[in-house]
Design a protein around this ligand. Structure first.
Ligand code: GDP
Length: 296
C-alpha cells in the first residue's frame, strides 16, 4: 500500500517520542532529523520537507510543550496536524454550483489515469451527488482512449459523446452543446496527454478551456512517478490553473511523497484518489485520515 514505507520508517521515531515522559530540545531535534530523512526517502520534495520540519520545530520547541506532562505525544500531534496542513487541510468536494451543464476537464500526462478517472468521477457524481453526467472523448491522439472510454461508459451506463479523431477543441465544444441540449447536468472531458509536456497540446487545452469554461480542471498525477510529478504539476498549473488534483494508483506501493508535494507547491487541493482500475475504485481524499494512516 502507498505510504507504507513512510509509515515504516517513521514508526520507531514516533514510538520513541510517544513513550517519552521528558524531552530536551536535543531529543526533539534528533527526532526531527529522523522525520526529515523519512520524508526525503519517501520522495517528498526537498523544500516541502524543509518547511515541514521547520514548522514542527517552531511549534515543538516552546517550553509549553517540553514542560508538559506528555511532551512526546504532543509533538506527535504537532507532526500530525502539520501533515494534515501539507495535504490540504479540508477535503475538497467538486464544485457543482455553476450553471448546468457544469464542466470538468481532465488533464495530465498520457498514462496518468485521466480516462479511468473521467469514468470514475462520472460514476461517483451519479451515485453520491445524484447527477446526470456525460463523458466526452477528446483524447484524439491515443485512438485506444476513445474506445476505452466507450467501454468504461458502457460498463457503468453513462453515455459517451465522441466524434472519432476530430479536432479536440471542437469535440469539447460540441460535447458541451450536446450535454446542454440533452439535459445532462455535468459534462466530463477526457483530454489528450503526451508522455512529456508539449506546447501544441498545452495550447489546445487552453483553447478548450476558453471554449467551454469548465468549473473544474482536474490534474491527474500518477502516484508512482516520483519527484518528476512535481515539475509536471507545476507546468500544468502555470498554463491551466487547474483547480483540483486526482492521484491515481494509490493502491500501488509507490513511496508517494511527490504526491504530497503537489498540494504544497501548487496550492491546489487533492480531491480524489484512485485505488484500483475499476470505475468504483475511487475515494475522496481526506487529509486527516491520510495523516493518521501515515503516522500509524
Ligand atoms: P490516461 O492515458 O491518462 O487516460 O491513462 P489511463 O486512464 O488509460 O490509465 C493508464 C493505466 O493505468 C490503465 O491501465 C489503467 O487501468 C491504470 N490505472 C488508472 N488508474 C488506476 C488506479 O487507481 N489503480 C491502478 N492499479 N491502475 C490504474
Amino acid at each position: 500500500m502507498m505510504f507504507s514505507q513512510l509509515t515504516e520508517s517513521l514508526e520507531s521515531t514516533l514510538k520513541n517520542l510517544r513513550g517519552q515522559g521528558t524531552l530536551t530540545e536535543e531529543n526533539v531535534a534528533d527526532s526531527l532529523r529522523e522525520v526529515r530523512r523519512a520524508f526525503l526517502e519517501a520522495d517528498v520534495s526537498f523544500n516541502v520537507t524543509r518547511d515541514f520540519v521547520k514548522a514542527v520545530k517552531e511549534k515543538a520547541m516552546g517550553s509549553e510543550v517540553l514542560t508538559s506532562v506528555t511532551p512526546g505525544q504532543q509533538i506527535v500531534k504537532i507532526i500530525h496536524d502539520e501533515l494534515v496542513q501539507v495535504m490540504g487541510g479540508e477535503t475538497k468536494e467538486i464544485a457543482l454550483s455553476g450553471k448546468p451543464p457544469v464542466g470538468i476537464m481532465m488533464v495530465g500526462l498520457q498514462g496518468s489515469g485521466k480516462t479511468t478517472f473521467a469514468a470514475k468521477i462520472s460514476l461517483y457524481l451519479r451515485s453520491k451527488r445524484k447527477k446526470k453526467p456525460l463523458l466526452v472523448a477528446a483524447d484524439v491522439y491515443r485512438p485506444a482512449a476513445i474506445k476505452q472510454l466507450q467501454v468504461l461508459g458502457k460498463s457503468i451506463g453513462i453515455p459517451v459523446y465522441d466524434e472519432g479523431e476530430g479536432n479536440p477543441v471542437e469535440i469539447i465544444q460540441h460535447g458541451y452543446e450536446y450535454a446542454e441540449k440533452n439535459g445532462f447536468d455535468v459534462v466530463i472531458y477526457d483530454t489528450a496527454g503526451r508522455l512529456q509536456i508539449d506546447e501544441k497540446l498545452m495550447q489546445e487545452l487552453e483553447q478548450a478551456r476558453e471554449a467551454v469554461h469548465p468549473e473544474e480542471i482536474l490534474f491527474v498525477a500518477d502516484a508512482m512517478i516520483g519527484q518528476e510529478a512535481v515539475n509536471v504539476a507545476q507546468t500544468f498549473f502555470e498554463r491551466l490553473n487547474f483547480t483540483g488534483v486526482c492521484l491515481s494508483k494509490m493502491d500501488g506501493d509507490a513511496r508517494g511523497g511527490a504526491a504530497l508535494s503537489i498540494k504544497k507547491i501548487t496550492g491546489v487541493p487533492i480531491c480524489f484518489i484512485g485505488v484500483g482500475e475499476k470505475p468504483n475504485e475511487i475515494d475522496l481524499f481526506h487529509p486527516d485520515r491520510m495523516a493518521s494512516r501515515i503516522l500509524g
